[in-house]
Design a protein around this ligand. Sequence first.
Ligand SMILES: [Zn+2]
Length: 330
Amino acid sequence: MVAPHVVATDLQLALNQRQAHIGMRAQESDGDEGVLQASANQDVVEGLAQKGGRGIHVAAVVVRQASCVGRGPVILDRMRIVPVPCFTDNYAYLVFDELSAEGFVIDPSEAEPVVAALKLHHVRLVAILNTHHHHDHVGGNQELLRRFGDLPVFAHRSDVGRVPGLSRPVDEAESFDVAGLRVCPRHVPGHTLGAVAYVVNGAAFTGDTLFVAGCGRLFEGTAAQMHASLNGTLAQLPGETRIFPGHEYTVSNLRFAAHVEPENMRARDKLSWATATRERGEPTVPSTVGDERAVNPFLRCGSPTVRSRFQGATDVDVFAALRRAKDVFR
Ligand SMILES: [Zn+2]
């Protein structure tokens, strides 16, 4: 049993390299050991006992206690997001709390790459979140449930019966907590009627609704619905919000964006960057809401350059014409 007055420097002696890093970050974030000492009360010892007395959990509990006394940046900083390439161009995302090593997966297309990522990062899977019911976003659900037990599966309530294992139906802005993180679902119909984007700590997981420089096809919803989901919901998030989409379509989308707005230098610069990035085999995610407002033609239906080429009385008309053009763009 570790005494309740333990501080980060003590913990570092007993922890391995990664855990020591956590201890040092805790010290930096809190400024000095005194804060950690002050927050390491009897609850820390109880937390330690519940978790089997392993040193890493002492550090986690100490830092969590510190974050409860107004050290907000610790909470933001400890979230980790790992893109997990699946199939040919899908991305699942492993999102985890670095301190508790608990995490959830968004859109497991298939189980194996997700299991490999969990092992690599030493993360315990506690939930599955799906942005919509398409097979390339839920294909790994059943296998993950078989391997990891009765995990909660989150998806839009209208997708009950369409998302395998769905046990936690969600709806617009009904926030929930998972793996120590607050998740806010945003209902974004258009690609499908049950499409959801998950907003977590300044990151938005947008599935097949918003891609880097593009958007999903209209399989179930109308152009008006998709336009509202993109422009009325996702584009209204703070500009620094990081966008994690469901597919690596960036180069193709930016080629279309440069075709629509040849004078948009940010789109052309981003195309050059994305092409080089993909040639190195690296992902082009995340983007940001601010970047998307600047380069994504589907968020720019009101701009004079887009309107000049895609005629329509309303922004929704322009959006519908753009979407039709993208469907056949090569
Ligand atoms: Zn889809």
